[in-house]
Design a protein around this ligand. Structure first.
Ligand code: URA
Length: 231
């Protein structure tokens, strides 16, 4: 029996077995009723499949893909290599379609919940390009917390002006379109947005846009220990 809890879809495993391209424990498996469980050695078409209880993937998101599990267009899930396929995968939070950079994808709901919980104030840093020059006073405005006439307010954020029309912004919440809205409040339009840090984890320079890799145990531990960073 293929374990119900196994993170890989049963139908995928069965399909690969029927196709004769599945190896279990190093041997070709032709038996669709074969037992497969967490930690077992599984290869499909020569590619080792991760059968750990949970999987933690770091993706360098390119522009033009949607941060969702399903969409009419291309999603971040479509970028993952087959060895990372499993049921229950979802992106940890959202980046806009035109935003690039670091994105975690996992099937561990508790882990994602801890990182996304507003209580935990996990820091995220973005490199931003704007359509106009950035007034210096925005640094103080961001630090006070950007507020809107309708009463909405974002928590204090760190703004570092890195060029005439470029900046680095660190926020500790993750509201919808937050960075774009913060600049729009002062009449500036974000023309490029790239997330470079998520919870202390930096974007891996060796990952081209669209590429992904598993988190190391050390990275996973450092994310687990993330908490309560104020700007
Ligand atoms: N803020 C935005 O405006 N967009 C993103 O994708 C992330 C943060």
């Amino acid at each position: 029996m293929i374990s119900d809890n196994l993170p890989l879809s049963r139908s995928l495993i069965k399909k690969k077995i029927f196709q004769g391209c599945a190896k279990l424990g190093g041997a070709v498996c032709k038996d669709p009723s074969a037992a497969v469980d967490f930690g077992d050695e599984v290869t499909f078409e020569g590619v080792k499949i991760n059968t750990d209880r949970f999987i933690y993937i770091l993706l360098n998101k390119p522009k033009g893909v949607v941060c969702a599990t399903r969409d009419n267009g291309k999603t971040v899930m479509d970028l993952l290599p087959p060895e990372f396929y499993r049921k229950g995968l979802f992106p940890v939070g959202r980046l806009d379609k035109d935003t690039t950079g670091i994105l975690l994808i996992t099937d561990d709901g508790d882990f994602a919940h801890r990182l996304l919980s507003p209580k935990n104030h996990v820091n995220k840093t973005y490199e931003v390009t704007l359509d106009k020059s950035i007034p210096k006073y925005l640094t103080d405005e961001f630090l006070r917390g950007v507020s809107f006439s309708d009463g909405r307010r974002f928590m204090p954020a760190k703004l570092e002006i890195t060029g005439e029309t470029s900046a680095r912004v660190t926020i500790c919440e993750g509201k919808y379109h937050q960075i774009k809205l913060m600049f729009a409040r002062y009449g500036l339009t974000v023309t490029q947005l790239k997330r470079t840090v998520f919870g202390g984890l930096k974007l891996d320079k060796n990952l081209q846009e669209g590429q992904s890799r598993l988190l190391t145990n050390c990275e996973l531990k450092s994310l687990e220990n993330q908490k309560f960073h104020n700007i």
